[in-house]
Structures are given as C-alpha cells and as structure tokens.
Design a protein around this ligand. Structure first.
Ligand SMILES: C[S@@+](CC[C@H](N)C(=O)[O-])C[C@H]1O[C@@H](n2cnc3c(N)ncnc32)[C@H](O)[C@@H]1O
Length: 289
C-alpha cells in the first residue's frame, strides 16, 4: 500500500486567460478580450471582489437545467473570438464561442497537460487523444511533432478542432468521429501501440448508436483497453470531471498496471488572489521501459 502525497496542478503564466475572482458558486474569467461570469458549483466560498467588478462581465451564463442554459450578454459580445496560449514550448490558438453548455471551447486547466505532453513526446511518436473535444492535447502533441489520432463522437466538435489546428499553424492530425471505446478496442485488435494516450471521459458519454452511457459503467473496460495500447516507457493521462477522487483513479490504475509509476491529484485553476479552484481529478501513469 502506498503512502502517497496528492498533487495540485494549475496553469501558470497564461497571458490571455485569468480567473479574476470566484465564489458564491461562480467564476469571473477573462478569456482574451472577453470577461465571462459562469457557474462553478465547487466555488463554495464567498467572492473577494465587489459587485462592480463582476458587473464588468461581457456575459453571464444562466442555467435553465442540469446541463444547459443561456448566455445573457451584459455588453455587446462577438459570436466567436480567439484565445492564444503561449509558453516557451507552445504557441496555440483556440477559436471560442459561448455554447449552451456553459463551455466556451477550451478547458483552461488542461494547459498543465498540454505542457506535459509537449515535454514528453518527440517527433514521430504516436499519440492518441480520446474524448478529445476541441483538441488542446492534440495540438500540443502535434506541435511536438507527434503523429496524432484525435477521437471524438461528435463531428461538429472535430470540425471545430480542425479550425484550432489551422489557427495554430499545424496540420496532419488524423480525425476519427467514433465512440472512443469502440475505436480503442479496434486498435487493440490491430496490435497498435501509442507512446502517449490522453483520456478525458465525460460523466455521460455517447455510445456508437448515440445511446447514453454512464462513466462508472464503462470505466474499467475503458482503462483496461487503453492500458493495452500504451508502449513500454509511454504515458497515459486520465482526467475526470465526474467526482471520481484521485485516490480512486490511483487504485484503478495500480490494479491494471501494477508495475507502472503514477502521480495523481487535483486539476485546478488559480485565482488572481492565489486561491486554488478545483476542477477535476487527474492521474498520469508512466509504464516501465
Ligand atoms: C470533457 S470533454 C473533453 C475535454 C478535453 N479534454 C479538452 O481538454 O478539451 C468530453 C468530450 O467527449 C466527447 N464524447 C462523449 N462521448 C463520447 C464517446 N463515447 N466517444 C468519444 N467521444 C465522446 C464529447 O463530444 C466531448 O467533446
């Protein structure tokens, strides 16, 4: 049994993105030129800035149900706009828009994974991004010169990533519009191996025929299949935003890959006041060479 210390990761030095304040179950975030006020159920503390600061938001998201809602523009807002992510290793551009699901086309906390990916891949390495959304991890891997396979069940999301790839001055990503588990099982039958794999399964996924599945019901099958695809000395990054604790992820992966090493913890954002804002659980597994 390990006596492990869990980590907290949050992106640093992102010029165009910041959490200006959080609290009362909301976040006030700057995405490039726009200031947005979005619900964040984990922000159970009180705000540190006053009403005037929050009233400067260009738009506020007002939920109408469990997953959907409407953006209420407080000032004139564009339909879409661009956000740059620049670091010593990466120069990426994302096209953003205010979706009915509260999201804008990027999960900023994922920048810590983009850096890990860019650091650990070299040109020609095979990289697989499952549940890939608008492709931050795919862009980071491609920028490092890897051969990237990007898998998402929704065609519009894949088309959106293609725009991000072009805006970032990249090319050559392999697009797969399919159920991630089904694709991974097929790759396993073909004996395909990857140097790096990212999986970010949602709480509710869409199956091959559009049917909904619950993550808890698919988790083990998914992890076991992914474990069979990783090269010796390669890595797996798994995020969950579904309330599965880091220690639960660690137990799952310790049982599947007992000889591998791993680090687990919370994926976070940091407010401008220095406070940590949890967003999900993260585990990084490195297999034995
Ligand atoms: C939480 S988002 C991933 C965010 C991504 N990690 C990022 O940083 O941008 C989940 C994604 O999984 C996709 N998805 C849902 N069910 C799927 C399935 N069965 N197979 C593949 N993708 C699926 C959704 O379309 C969505 O883009």
């Amino acid at each position: 049994m390990s006596t492990r210390t869990y980590q907290r990761w949050a992106p640093e030095h992102w010029e165009e993105y910041a959490v200006l304040d959080s609290g009362d179950r909301s976040r006030l975030e700057r995405f490039g030129t726009l200031l947005l006020d979005r619900p964040d159920p984990s922000a159970v503390w009180s705000r540190s800035l006053d009403f005037d600061a929050w009233d400067k938001a260009n738009a506020r998201f007002e939920p109408t149900g469990m997953t959907k809602g409407n953006w209420v523009p407080l000032e004139s807002v564009p339909e879409g706009w661009n956000l740059k992510y620049r670091s010593p290793r990466l120069d990426l551009t994302f096209q953003l828009e205010m979706t009915r699901f509260k999201h804008v086309g990027v999960f900023p906390e994922q920048a810590v994974n983009w850096e890990f990916i860019a650091e650990h891949l070299k040109p020609g390495d095979a990289f697989l991004n499952l549940f890939a959304y608008t492709g931050g991890a795919s862009l980071a891997a491609r920028a490092a010169g890897a051969d990237v396979t990007h898998v998402d069940a929704i065609r519009q999301v894949v088309d959106w990533t293609r725009i991000n790839m072009e805006l970032s001055g990249l090319d050559g990503i392999r697009w797969v519009v399919e159920d991630a588990l089904k694709f991974a099982q097929r790759e396993q039958r073909r004996g395909k191996k990857y140097r790096g794999i990212v999986l970010d399964p949602p709480t509710w996924g869409l199956g091959p025929k559009g049917q909904k599945w619950r993550l808890e019901d698919q988790l083990l099958n998914l992890c076991e299949t992914v474990a069979a695809l990783v090269e010796p000395g390669g890595f797996i990054i798994m995020n969950t935003y579904s309330g599965i604790a880091p220690s639960a992820l660690e137990t799952v992966w310790d049982r599947i890959l007992p000889a591998a090493s791993s680090e687990a913890g919370e994926l976070c954002l940091r407010g401008e006041d220095g406070h940590w804002i949890p967003t999900g659980s993260l585990i990084r597994i490195t297999t034995q060479p």
